[in-house]
Unconditional design. Structure first.
Length: 505
């Protein structure tokens, strides 16, 4: 094991810092699943006499959160690099505190739309947290086994948070009242916001800017163009199936979203201080991010329809649904620890390819899982597969980008991986629900179990196709890498701190 970095005065100091950064990933994934295990109870709480709620809106319980996490992460990594990782990290924790509190209070307005809006603002807080957490680890640790272990722990926090978040929210919602799940989250976020003030080193950026200098270097036009384009594109894909694709405002917003996204990439290649560094626009980095987006996008589809299957067709209670996620907790930790070891002994392209195959197999297994079957057969079995997909892909991609990007872009390294993961979850889920609703419209009896199961499977077939594309691009990545003479993290340690050659990927 590498020696402890000089930033830490004691082993306890190091443990506390890693714990706080891991909790950002833990609570973000928990924030997604807590809306899945409780979605039927939340939806029912907003329905009542004279206030019917369309059940298609529940896709936004998860989608709006993942949308803002994935979109604003693109900006927050840059903010961390310019204004300071610790400063933005602190703001993120207290932002989550406020909006966790407000999300719970939304029950008093009896408006499901306001609840969805609160979930979106809630996601902005985690968008500030995730890249800064990854950037802090990338800044504190030099390339080596200690850094790999730290990133592996962050990867393990994902499935652990998803399991605990789903189970905790289910217990609170089923036995007490669902708003308390968000109020408890607010208390936890406040505690971590206070802790980080004392335990995270204050200056982690190579470049020191005043606030005015940082603002001058922030690509404001590119930021506004990129964020607005990504939000509109995602909104269209999630709202289009609900209101109909022939609705004029959906068509207008789709065209506007495409124009803004094209304009964003044009600006990034022409402005002096772009939001995305020029080194990102490379075939191999692009393939890594593309494989991550397709794999995690298919996982978002799997996750949403898994909960619909077990709760709507098998009639699990929220607590039973939360308990069904336990294999993710145990196996996810094991997978993350293994990847922190093997990534220094094999090329990252093989890890990315294996993860893509696992993502695809997970959707395949769920698409053929019978409604009437023991949990301990195919339902539990697919979790043995997917834990490897999630917990090998995220640390591998994070380490690749952290090692490649220079020291003063460590916040951007974290933001790119998290942007692709979370935005893809929301975007491809919106497309999958389009498939579901289109198939539902062709069913003679859309309310029958057979018809509902058919619509779920149609969406999962789309998820299989998305993951299959990820496998294809991962094979291309392997092909491009097979002649490289430098390919492991251990060899990369011989290179400059500014980052390894792209050929090492």
């Amino acid at each position: 094991m590498d020696p402890r970095p000089a930033h830490f005065s004691t082993a306890f100091h190091e443990v506390i810092l890693i714990f706080i950064t891991c909790m950002a990933q833990f609570l973000c994934q928990g924030g997604i699943t807590m809306s899945l295990s409780t979605m039927e109870l939340v939806l029912d709480s907003f329905a009542g006499p004279g206030n019917q709620v369309d059940d298609t809106k529940k896709v936004w319980f998860m989608g709006s959160f993942a949308l803002t996490v994935g979109t604003f992460i693109l900006v927050s990594g840059r903010l961390g690099d310019l204004f300071g990782l610790k400063q933005i990290f602190t703001i993120g924790w207290f932002w989550c505190t406020v909006w966790s509190l407000v999300t719970g209070l939304s029950t008093y307005l009896n408006s499901v739309i306001f609840f969805i809006v609160c979930r979106a603002f809630h996601g902005i807080g985690f968008a500030l947290l995730l890249p800064c957490a990854m950037g802090i680890l990338g800044s504190v640790y030099p390339n080596g086994s200690r850094k790999n272990l730290a990133f592996g722990l962050v990867g393990a926090s994902g499935p652990t948070g998803a399991t605990i978040g789903a189970l905790m929210a289910a217990v609170v919602a089923q036995l007490a009242w669902w708003p308390w799940a968000f109020w408890i989250l607010a208390i936890v976020c406040f505690i971590f916001g206070v802790l980080l003030i004392y335990y995270i080193p204050p200056n982690l950026n190579a470049n020191k800017y005043t606030w005015k200098q940082a603002w001058d270097q922030l690509d404001v036009l590119g930021t506004c163009t990129g964020v607005c384009g990504l939000i509109l594109l995602n909104f269209v894909w999630n709202q289009g199936p609900v209101v109909g694709w022939k609705n004029p405002y959906i068509i207008v917003l789709l065209v506007l979203a495409v124009v803004l996204i094209v304009g964003f990439f044009y600006l990034e290649r022409t402005v002096a201080s772009p939001l995305l560094p020029a080194s990102i626009f490379n075939v191999k980095i692009g393939l890594v991010l593309l494989c991550m987006g397709l794999g995690w996008g298919s996982f978002g589809v799997w996750q949403y329809y898994y909960w619909n299957l077990v709760m709507n067709l098998r009639h699990y209670t929220p607590i039973e649904g939360g308990l069904s996620y336990i294999p993710f907790l145990v196996l996810g930790v094991i997978a993350s620890m293994i990847v922190s070891v093997i990534i220094s002994r094999t090329k990252p392209s093989y890890i990315i390819c294996f993860s893509s195959v696992c993502f695809m197999c997970g959707c395949i297994v769920l698409s053929v899982t019978p409604v009437v079957q023991s949990y301990y057969r195919m339902t539990m079995g697919q979790m043995f597969i997917l834990c490897w997909a999630m917990d090998m892909s995220f640390p591998a991609a994070a380490i690749i980008l952290s090692n490649y990007l220079p020291y003063h872009h460590q916040g951007m390294a974290g933001s790119l991986v998290s942007t692709v993961v979370n935005y893809s979850v929301s975007l491809f889920l919106g497309i999958a629900t389009t498939v579901e609703l289109e198939v539902r419209s062709t069913q003679p009896d859309p309310t029958s179990i057979d018809s509902i199961l058919k619509t779920y499977r149609a969406a999962l077939y789309f998820g299989i196709g998305v993951a299959g594309l990820g496998v294809l691009f991962s094979l291309i990545f392997i092909y491009l890498q097979h002649d490289d003479t430098v390919g492991t993290i251990e060899e990369d340690e011989k290179l400059e701190t500014s980052g390894p050659s792209i050929d090492s990927l």
